[in-house]
Design a protein around this ligand. Structure first.
Ligand code: ADP
Ligand code: UDP
Length: 246
């Protein structure tokens, strides 16, 4: 099966979306080299960033699929593209935390790095104009991002299942999975799929031995070595998952 890229339909912060010729049910997603933070107020880029994120995401999605997580993937088009199912996206970002860092650490005045007794799941309303605010369950329902409390529980279990697989994969790669964000979408039968991407753009990854940050915080906090960190994550995952290029 081969697919042909159609017309551009969306130019996002990290990816461009295109139609797939003759397949209205699919999307062609192209990973860009750009890097943004703080709701796109800070911008940067590096060569091969799109290719690295596409490959890291492919490795992790393959592992997740092998452990029973349903994803939007239809076909990888290396180096920078992927064909996916076109889904009705849930207007929530699902964040799972194993170690406290970032916005939640700041909000409660707790120092970054505190391991949590149990993973913490949080929902954020996907709206760039509002800078993706945190929402309670009742607010998520009020905003009609889901149809019922049961659907929120489904998202929570989905996030925890993804966490279980990612955490153990990262562990094997010598990395602490501090936290991450996923996006999910539904097909016409309301089946839930993992969508978007999982990469150092949307995870916090700390080297188990040195504690070095290996994720977008290097860019957010001007720590340098952004490209090296993304590349190292890719190399370690390939070796852990015994893969060549995917
Ligand atoms: P942003 O929209 O935040 O700038 P991106 O540049 O990564 O982020 O753009 C990708 C867009 O595609 C996001 O809005 C994401 O929600 C959406 N998306 C990802 N996967 C799918 C999918 N399978 N079906 C429909 N939309 C998707
Ligand atoms: N995250 C993301 N996109 C967002 C918000 C958060 O990918 O729009 C990721 C972020 O990289 C981190 C996790 O979700 O791995 C938790 O982020 P947090 O709420 O701490 O926000 P931050 O302080 O990073 O803005």
């Amino acid at each position: 099966m081969s697919y042909k890229k159609g017309k551009e339909i969306y130019d996002g912060k990290a990816k461009k979306l295109f139609d797939v010729v003759g397949h209205p049910e699919l999307l062609w997603q192209e990973f860009k080299d750009s890097l943004t933070a703080f709701n796109a107020q800070k911008r940067g880029s590096f060569e091969q960033k799109g290719a690295l994120n596409r490959e890291i995401s492919a490795l992790l999605y393959e592992e997740l699929e092998s452990k029973g997580v349903t994803t939007h993937r239809v076909m990888e088009i290396p180096p920078t593209a992927i064909v996916t199912k076109k889904l009705d996206m849930v207007k929530l970002e699902v964040v799972v935390r194993n170690i406290l860092a970032g916005s939640t650490a700041k909000k409660f005045g707790i120092e970054e790095g505190k391991p949590l007794e149990a993973p913490l799941v949080e929902f954020y309303y996907k709206d760039d104009a509002l800078a993706d605010p945190f929402v309670s369950d009742d607010q998520a329902l009020m905003l009609k991002t889901v149809r019922s409390k049961a659907e929120l529980d489904e998202l929570r279990s989905f996030g925890l299942k993804v966490n279980e697989v990612l955490k153990s994969t990262m562990e094997r790669a010598g990395i602490d999975l501090v936290d991450f964000k996923i996006e999910v979408g539904r097909d016409a039968d309301r089946r839930l799929y993992l969508a978007d991407e999982i990469s150092p753009d949307c995870c916090r990854l700390w080297d188990k031995v040195t504690g070095q940050k290996m994720d977008k915080d290097r860019f957010r906090r001007d720590l340098g070595g952004v490209e090296e960190a993304y590349r190292e994550v890719c190399v370690r995952l390939k070796s852990t998952l015994k893969k060549g290029s995917v």
